[in-house]
Design a protein around this ligand. Structure first.
Ligand code: KG4
Ligand code: ZN
Length: 348
């Protein structure tokens, strides 16, 4: 089975071709970062317009590359303007239908439905967050269940137990800002570029994490997170010590947030008896988080699964993989399915 995945929930226009066995034949991600960075964050209207311009060429590129990788050529996926006729017709089209920016989601979901209709193949509407979980499964198909998953992205911070694909229990979540949002806001405050996560990670390399003292909010209790106080503490520390360099502030903030994230994951492992740990979402690309969590898992002898950095940030291969599973276990979506900007992850 060949799945075409489409992802347009935020500021990445992405398409990918994945097989039913989880082999990624192509994965194309066109980032809009340059369009948004001048505004210091994603501008929804600009994102939607860019998706409209970019999506068909990105799908075309993914299908051509997928056809080359699979050796399947010369089939008849014609009849769609802007898309090459020299490629195999996918067996299913999967597109993100939520959560995310309404206008951005509408572009991907509408194109996905139109392609499925034109080609006469099923459509599957995928939950973006579930897509992030499948990114980990794509890279680590032999994951040991139950796995404690930390899903940390620009809009979400969720700690879950995954007992099997499609089987999730919520263990903890942020009570205010998401971890990625905290990275982005702090970066903006200390004059670093958008997106803030990679900018803080780069700046931290030259900084002293102990240069300022920052709190570790809610670290000693429970499995929920809170990051807005940490952000305020950074602002106060910078106001009180304007002489401290950007690199030092970045390093101190990164250490504080990673300390909290790791402490919660390891507490979840103990409380819920997880057999392994895995990371998902854009913040999971952070090297300090990856190293620290791996070290703590090694110390208690359980595997720590880290998706490749490309699989952590938004991409369409993860949407195709989630769509493939969904088609097999739940079935296709109706073409009348609506987008849902605040769609929750389906928990038990
Ligand atoms: O999953 P994602 O690509 O998009 C959403 O679904 O939100 O996550 C984007 C978030 C942004 O807040 C970005 O700053 C953060 O992930 N991020 C990072 C890193 N790379 C991306 N945060 C920390 N360190 C990184 N290396
Ligand atoms: Zn995401």
């Amino acid at each position: 089975m060949i799945i075409l995945g489409i992802e347009t929930s935020c500021d990445e226009t992405a398409a990918a071709v994945v097989t039913g066995n989880g082999e990624i034949l192509s994965s194309v991600v066109s980032s809009q970062v340059d369009l948004h960075s001048v505004y210091g964050g994603v501008v929804p209207e600009i994102a939607s317009r860019a998706h409209i311009e970019l999506l068909i060429p990105v799908v075309d590129q993914a299908l051509r590359a997928g056809a080359t990788a699979s050796g399947v050529k010369g089939a008849t996926a014609s009849g769609v303007k802007g898309i090459s006729a020299e490629m195999a017709v996918p067996d299913v089209v999967a597109a993100t239908v939520g959560p995310g920016l309404a206008g951005a989601l509408l572009v991907g979901a509408s194109v996905g439905k139109a392609l499925s209709l034109a080609w006469g193949v099923p459509f599957v509407g995928v939950n973006h967050l579930e897509g992030h979980l499948f990114a980990a499964l794509l890279d680590h198909p032999d994951i040991k269940f139950p796995v404690a998953v930390l899903l940390v992205s620009g809009g979400h911070t969720l700690l879950m137990s995954m007992d099997a694909p499609g089987n999730y229990r919520l263990l903890g979540r942020t009570v205010d800002d998401a971890a990625g949002e905290a990275f982005d806001k702090v970066a903006r405050y200390i004059g670093l570029s958008y997106p803030g996560g990679p900018a803080i990670e780069n700046a931290s390399r030259g900084g002293d994490p102990d240069s300022i003292e920052l709190p570790r909010p809610m670290m000693e209790r429970g499995l929920d997170f809170s990051f807005s106080g940490l952000k305020t503490a950074v602002v106060r520390a910078v106001q009180a010590h304007p002489e401290i360099g950007t690199e030092d502030v970045a390093a101190a903030f990164q250490k504080a947030i990673v300390d909290v994230l790791c402490a919660k994951v390891m507490r979840a492992v103990v409380i819920h008896g997880a057999s392994s740990v895995c990371l998902a979402g854009g913040v999971a690309a952070n090297s300090h988080l990856r190293e620290e969590l791996t070290e703590q898992c090694d110390a208690i002898g359980i595997p720590c699964y880290l998706p490749s950095k490309e699989m952590c940030t938004d991409n369409a291969a993860m949407i195709a993989a989630a769509g493939s599973w969904q088609l097999e276990h739940i079935g296709p979506s109706s073409l009348s399915i609506s987008i849902d900007p605040s769609m929750p992850i389906p928990m038990l």
